[in-house]
Design a protein around this ligand. Sequence first.
Ligand code: NAP
Length: 279
Amino acid sequence: MKTYGLIGYPVKHSLSPAMHNAAFKRCGIEAEYKLFEVEPERLREFFSHFRESLSGINVTIPHKEATLEYVDNRSEAVEEIGALNTVVLENDVLVGHNTDVTGFIGALVDDLGFEAAGAKRAVIFGAGGASRAVAAGLKRLEIKEIFLTDIDGEKAAVLAEGLIKQGLAAAAIEFDKRALGELVYSADLVVNATPCGMKAGDPPLFDPKYLKKETSVFDLIYNPAETPLIRDARKVGCSASNGLGMLLYQGAEAFELWTGEKAPVDIMKEALLKALGRS
Ligand code: NAP
């Protein structure tokens, strides 16, 4: 029996075991997916036993960057973003991948129907690990401009600078709700890559009066299914999507990297919805 899993701190509310164990079962693969709550100071020790006990893992907060030093090879996406979310053991070599990029692209294009190419402008709230994957995805889709904002202005500035060096038109915007509202009004796509909206009573990211129906809205949060941002966007008539599709597609790509089998996406989605009590 092969063992896969998720390392993070904390991880106990993760939906990944439900999604991956359903996929292993459907494909007749003798494997299990477990949760590993690993404190940052135990990361080195965890990786020292990897080859003896594991075939692959997903990586989440706060380890997406710290794990870079424990893999032998990194995919192009990992090099570009500076963070990984999947590790594959291939012939005794640990290879780091980032499936959040294709996960985001799949959900944005397939679920939301967004066409990024052309004179399109995106505003991304948040400049952490997920935001970097979103920006890399938008770059691959040839979006014209990316504006970034974060409570921590320095983080947004560093990310924007990195994107500019890669040849993208990007800028960091101060976290000022009025200025951001005007920017949102001019945007084709608004992405929430912050945790703001997960808890009841979280303040809005911007005044919803700046949303117009032509704007597409993507919130990386999937629980709750309808954040205040998604609710406001739907009220105006925008195309809007939560983060469940991204979770699904990043998981599907990780499954394919580990097993070489085509991921049973419908079964994985059904397992996610059941785990969320939405089936
Ligand atoms: P992260 O590394 O902590 O980055 C989030 C960033 O947003 C931080 O810089 C944070 O600043 C900032 N922030 C927090 N509240 C804000 C607000 N109200 N306005 C502006 N900026 C704010 O987290 P992450 O890994 O990028 O994840 C971000 C969100 O995406 C989380 O909700 C996560 O669950 C979700 N996510 C979803 C998927 C999916 O598959 N659907 C995948 C990855 C992540 P501080 O650090 O100062 O708080």
